[in-house]
Design a protein. Sequence first.
Length: 275
Amino acid sequence: MIDSQQNQLEQLVAENTLLKQRVDQMQRLTALGELVSTTTHEFNNVLMTILNYAKMGMRHRDDATRDKALDKIYTAAERANKITNSVLGMARNRSNQFETTDMVKLIEQTMVLLERELSKYRISVELQIEEVPQIQAIGNQLQQVLLNLLINARQAMPDGGQLIVRLYADDQFVNLAVRDFGTGIPQDKLKKIFQPYFSTKDGPDESGKGGTGLGLASCKNIIEAHGGKIRVESMVGKGTCFTLKLPTGQKRPSPLVAANGLSAAAQPMNASAAE
Ligand SMILES: Nc1ncnc2c1ncn2[C@@H]1O[C@H](COP(=O)(O)OP(=O)(O)OP(=O)(O)O)[C@@H](O)[C@H]1O
Ligand SMILES: [Mg+2]
């Protein structure tokens, strides 16, 4: 009897793990599609700038106009370069290996990808970046989490507004907080937001994003796999703040160290959902 219960339990655990992997796979695919559409838009915009100023420089032969055109072309090309670097960074870093990760760089590269989209929706971003230790992380997955949080925040402010991205450390964690001043989440929904397929959105918005309800479920899986926690505070009409708490252990614990209990900070912790 006990044996069969044990078997059932093991089966449930295995199924749960498999389902979590599926959620992550689906979210990754959706996210990849979103990324392609975002960067194509960004790139097109930069190209239009370059083309228009090149035309202007060819039409007007005076030095002042040509200087201005070249200056604009140069700035646009620099931006194109940043965008490709960010995308290549993400593509290169597709491994599922934990690597020493610089969170400041990760934030910068993510913001480059969303800069234009956020300004299109009249959202201004305030970065409050403090010096933090490097952490062991799977960079492209954390970038995915940050993109999900930023897109949710943008969608919670349909009339635009302010978004604060804050990076700071305490003795146990590197904390990354994404705060919006949008609609907020009512108490009864707050309990459900990390459930797969929970969504209050009708479907993708005009930028092709949102509505599957997999975003936060996948964020939670990823942060848990990093031994971290994801916290949310929200007030209807005031806004929402998601905080990622990532353990600062210099190295991931070797099984031996963890078993000896010498590396408590690096032990996996439960993600606390709506608190
Ligand atoms: N910053 C936020 N402000 C207000 N509500 C939010 C915020 N972030 C998430 N939510 C709520 O939580 C729900 C679930 O979010 P989640 O990102 O998992 O799914 P989604 O955005 O609806 O779709 P997708 O999986 O495509 O991102 C959202 O539908 C929304 O109701
Ligand atoms: Mg979302």
